[in-house]
Design a protein around this ligand. Structure first.
Ligand code: CDP
Ligand code: MG
Length: 712
């Protein structure tokens, strides 16, 4: 496409700009821009055979604040301690000039909605201001985050700023990891964890302030928290409630909280140039990689932030970028690649906050987490493919899926804004202006309207909230989703036919797990294999990082994994065989503690795999599938064609009947974590859900539709 220099010049996204003068590429200085456009085009063509073509569309407003920024920068001396420097940093944040005003507003109002751009200091500063103003004398301050990585990293930062050890005065609490102590007064936690704290402390008596942070994300737990904290604020007049959000869509929060006042922290952002591609990109991964390289070889130093949809994509881009950079040799400056996603080991997460060394450029490959939850300083360029993974739920089939979807306009604006924090920025959108205008929704649909609610319903029921239809939802979930959740909990025997919590349900609610997993644990009591079952549950909770497959060592990793599949025992059992997983072991320890609480004895039945499989079936009987002639499977209820995931130990075995942990849709609908099953167990274990005809295995010859029932 770009064989001739003229075309190369035309496709060069940066050719239209006059301002590029010289650019240092490795040791050579290459002149770009108007001085010698032909030469520039040649060089450009040398680096890229094919490229992404952009046009500049608009400039997002910014506010200039050089003078404020430069103050305090000049007198940096080695004598300053780390703590002093951090204190200066705190004073340079946009929120700082509003400290007194904000404290006054909090004093005057019980509920306050706080709006301020990402990076203004809401999350790290407001709890500290309150602490400094004496609020922690009367109780703790909770600050909720939708993501656990954010809760951990922000708590670490605040403990540094306060000069205390993490876990002492400042701590965090995420599922299966409690880094707090008696001393803790500032507690950063996931919204899901605060929700669980209601179970033990329905009026949150030990808290003086609750800050529901990142409210604009509208996660399921945040939405449920809204209803609960609004309720307790009515009878606990001493409790302060802060709802903080990064977007200007604050009126909705204010309306919901009985017209609570809105406190706006004026943004301080440099202008951001928005670029769109001139034509749609067929492969956004490839386009993202090429764009990063284009920026790297043609644009002044400054870090790049790329938004990708998940771990797998991030690893792919990481690998290809490394490869292509190597191919370019020493002609170009060093490019440091930093991935960040929820399952990334904590030690590696810190890397994204480290500044790039002199002369090098950092490229951060992030999931949505970098959209508002995490602020990474020094980002000058944003590459936005325009996609994210979104959970969706079909209440009719009860199937949940995580699919790559276009982002909303609100998200696109947030992403672009990430580039203008420390200087004028540029955002490269890998979609056209037309796409943006016509195809993107204004806002993301709140999670409560696109997820399975079984877990939430179980939690609410155990909080004594029975009338779910009249619960004060900000945006109510579809009624068929609520109904489906009730049905599912009934099938699991967690609720009785009147919708009341059963003893099994009460026990299940003690576990911070999805109902199917907690049912599996509760059922293990009967099968005398709780020891094995909590190990499996712990492993499943760690996610798919157990069998870590680094891109460059996949064959090795796969061989190692297959060693655990002795005798085709199935994936659930194979998990049992993996040792030395610290996190899984921690989780397991906690589950063991919870077993005691619900009075289930720890018993091992390792020699009888059938009992273990039956306990699994007790939780996951909804997820059964039967082998078809062509090697695919058919789910039994709500028939659908699915396949065993190629990573499964049973992928070659193809048992007649299986149950699976979850479905993932990639090229096909795959079952992940699969275990063989005897069909009669379904009827034995869930007679209210399966009848003999569902599991009748004799039938190679299928009766015509309609006559089946009569024949039986
Ligand atoms: O919550 P909000 O987006 O308003 O800002 P914040 O998270 O409180 O971040 C304020 C500043 O703290 C950022 O600009 C970062 O410089 C710094 N910060 C950091 O260095 N490391 C973190 N883990 C979190 C924040
Ligand atoms: Mg924040």
């Amino acid at each position: 496409r770009y064989r001739d220099p003229e075309a190369a010049e035309k496709m060069n996204p940066f050719a239209e700009q006059e301002a590029w003068e010289e650019h240092q590429i490795g040791k050579a200085t290459i002149k770009f821009g108007s001085k010698d456009r032909k030469q520039a085009a040649d060089d450009y063509q040398y680096v890229f055979e094919d490229g992404v073509e952009f046009i500049k569309a608009s400039v997002m407003d910014g506010t200039q604040f050089e003078d404020e920024l430069s103050s305090g920068n000049d007198d940096s001396s080695d004598a300053k301690t780390m703590l002093e420097m951090l204190q200066e940093d705190r004073k340079s944040l946009p929120i700082y000039p509003y400290r007194e005003e904000l404290l006054k507003a909090i004093q005057d109002h019980q509920v306050l909605v706080i709006v301020g751009e990402t990076g203004s200091g809401k999350t790290t500063q407001i709890p500290q201001y309150l602490h400094e103003a004496g609020y922690t004398k009367a109780g703790k301050i909770a600050c909720t985050q939708p993501r656990r990585v954010a809760a951990m990293s922000v708590a670490a930062r605040v403990s540094q700023e306060m000069g205390v050890k993490l876990g002492h005065e400042v701590g965090y609490s995420i599922r299966f990891e409690d880094c707090t102590s008696e001393k803790t007064v500032l507690k950063y936690m996931t919204d899901g964890m605060l929700l669980r704290e209601f179970l033990g402390e329905p009026d949150l008596a030990s808290y003086n302030v609750v800050m529901v942070d990142e409210a604009h994300e509208r996660t399921l737990s945040t939405d449920i928290l809204f209803g609960l904290v609004k309720d307790i604020a009515r009878f606990r007049k001493d409790l302060k409630l802060l709802i903080s959000s990064a977007t200007l869509d604050a009126e909705k929060f204010s309306d919901y909280f009985d017209s609570a006042p809105i406190f706006k922290i004026p943004g301080r952002r440099y202008p951001v140039e928005i670029h769109f591609t001139t034509a749609p990109e067929a492969d956004y991964i490839d386009a993202a990689i090429v764009t990063v390289l284009q920026i790297h070889v043609t644009q002044p130093l400054g870090d790049i932030l790329v938004f990708l949809t998940g771990q797998e994509e991030i690893e792919t881009v990481d690998e290809i970028l490394k490869h292509r950079i190597k191919g370019l040799g020493t002609k170009i400056a060093e490019l440091i690649i930093c991935p960040i996603y929820a399952n990334l080991p904590t030690e590696l997460q810190a890397k994204i906050f480290e500044p790039a060394p002199e002369g090098a450029r950092k490229v951060v490959l992030a999931t949505n987490i970098a959209e508002t939850s995490l602020t990474i300083d020094g980002i000058k360029y944003v590459v936005d493919p325009g996609f994210c993974k979104i959970k969706s739920y079909n209440p009719r089939t009860g199937m949940e899926s995580l699919l790559v979807n276009p982002i909303s306009k609100a998200s696109a604006e947030q992403r672009a804004g990430r580039s203008g924090r420390t200087g004028p920025g540029k955002c490269f959108r890998l979609y056209t202006k037309y796409n943006y205008d016509h195809d993107l929704e204004e806002n993301t649909v709140p999670e409560i309207q696109r997820t399975n609610l079984a877990n939430v319903v179980l939690t609410l029921k155990s909080l004594g909230i029975h009338d779910l239809v009249n619960f004060d939802f900000m945006d109510p979930p579809p009624s068929e989703t609520l109904l489906k959740a009730l049905e599912q909990l009934f099938a699991l025997n967690a609720l009785n036919s009147r919708g009341e919590l059963t003893k099994t349900g009460r026990r299940m609610a003690e576990f911070p797990l999805d109902p199917m997993l907690s049912k599996m644990i509760v059922a293990s009591d009967k099968y005398k294999c709780s020891d094995e079952i909590i190990s499996i549950a712990a492993m499943l909770s760690v996610g798919n990082s157990i069998f870590y497959r680094p891109k460059d060592k996949q064959v090795h990793a796969d061989n190692a994994r297959m060693n655990f599949h002795t005798g085709n025992v199935g994936d659930h059992i194979a998990l049992l065989n993996v040792r030395s997983m610290k996190r899984a072991r921690d989780i397991r320890d906690q589950l063991e503690g919870l077993l005691e609480r619900v009075e289930i004895e720890l018993t091992s039945n390792a020699n009888d795999l059938d009992t273990i499989k039956k306990a699994i079936t007790s939780g996951f009987f909804h997820h059964s599938a039967k082998l078809q002639k062509n090697g695919s499977y058919r789910t039994v209820k709500n028939p659908q064609t699915v396949y065993i995931h190629p990573n499964s130990g049973l992928a070659q075995v193809l048992p007649h009947w299986v149950i699976y942990h979850e479905l993932v849709l990639t090229t096909k609908e795959f079952m992940r974590q699969v275990t063989e099953l005897k069909p009669e167990w379904l009827v034995e274990i869930a007679p209210h859900f399966y009848q003999l005809k569902d599991v009748d295995d004799s039938g190679a010859k299928k009766l015509p539709r309609g006559t089946g029932r009569a024949a039986l």
